[in-house]
Design a protein around this ligand. Structure first.
Ligand SMILES: [Zn+2]
Length: 332
């Protein structure tokens, strides 16, 4: 049966004119090539927000799930992300950013994560790429960090630094202070930075006195550069030298635009979120910092649901910093 079918086709082919043979061969080639292109497109996902289960690249041990190294996001602000042991930490541990497509970017950072495990879990369960800043003195950090990253969030280390009224507000054990002897400052810095892995950089917890001190901040920046980390200035003082020292030390830098919950009422938080929108619309991006309070998380849950509809894109802080640092360096 199959033999007679083959013979049949063979004899038909032999009876065709040369022109027809060439036409049919070319036709077969075009159809085959088109099929190959369609197949390749199906293997590579289209430009879209990554699903939460595959939002991690980089360190396998911290991801808490299987990693597909073949996934590529065709996103210009995502191209700074790199995997492999030689990539700087801020690129290696960066969470996947959704496709920007020219929209203003908003990064939402939730500070003081860790001590209140219930609200930390609530923040981690939000279906959006947040940036979660964990206090290094909290307990059981490693599983929390792994869970945050596996859920598609980005992680910062929220480094306790000396505030102006240090006798009233205690930043936490092993906090960085301006009057520490050099060796003790190094020891505390190392103690904090070694508490967990998988973070892209630090932002200051309190620190209105420390971040205004040029010498002290230079010590911190030197260590950040060696470790390949970024610095997000929480700007707890207008006299912070964070930006200047970070630029001198060649450390990727970003700064907080809005505090969401200095006043904790739901309306006040929403007002601040509208301010975030206005800044992002005007300058192309905005970085907001809030805390894992119920009112803040309530407001954020509602607001994030409408964000894409308003034409914004929620991004991890590393993506905003990558975009802004690139803009700054291309202007110079
Ligand atoms: Zn804080």
């Amino acid at each position: 049966m199959s033999r007679s079918w083959v013979t049949n086709v063979k004899s038909k082919w032999e009876h065709l004119s040369v022109g027809r043979k060439i036409f049919l061969a070319a036709y077969g080639l075009v159809v085959g090539w088109a099929a190959l292109i369609v197949w390749a497109q199906m293997l590579e996902p289209a430009e879209q927000a990554p699903s939460r289960s595959r939002a991690i690249v980089g360190d396998k041990s911290l991801a808490g799930g299987p990693i597909n190294h073949f996934i590529r996001y065709r996103n210009s602000y995502d191209s700074f992300r790199k995997s492999g042991p030689n990539a700087p930490a801020w690129q290696r541990y960066a969470a996947a950013a959704p496709a920007v497509l020219g929209r203003p970017m908003v990064a939402i950072v939730i500070d003081d994560m860790g001590p209140d495990q219930k609200n930390a879990r609530r923040a981690m369960n939000m279906q959006a790429p947040l940036t979660l800043a964990f206090l290094p003195y909290a307990n059981e950090l490693t599983p929390m960090i792994a869970r945050a990253r596996a859920s598609g969030h980005e992680v910062l280390l929220h480094l306790p630094m000396e505030p102006e009224n240090g006798d009233v507000h205690f930043p936490g054990p092993n906090s960085l202070k301006t009057d520490l002897p050099s060796g003790e400052l190094s020891r505390r810095l190392k103690w904090n930075l070694d508490r967990f892995k998988g973070y892209v950089g630090i932002n200051n917890h309190m620190g209105s006195l420390f971040t205004a001190d040029q010498m002290a901040m230079a010590r911190v920046m030197d260590e950040l550069r060696v470790r390949g980390l970024l610095f997000l200035d929480s700007r707890t003082t207008t006299t912070s030298v964070g930006r200047r020292v970070a630029m001198q030390s060649n450390v990727p830098f970003g700064r907080r635009d809005v505090f969401l919950d200095n006043d904790r009422g739901a309306t006040q938080v929403l007002d601040r979120l509208h301010e975030v929108e206005a800044i992002a619309r005007k300058s192309g991006s905005a970085i907001a910092i809030g805390h894992p309070h119920d009112q803040t998380l309530d407001a954020l849950e509602r607001w994030i649901g409408d964000l894409e509809g308003k034409g914004f894109v929620l991004a991890p802080v590393s993506a905003v910093i990558a975009k802004n640092n690139r803009t700054t360096s291309s202007k110079n």
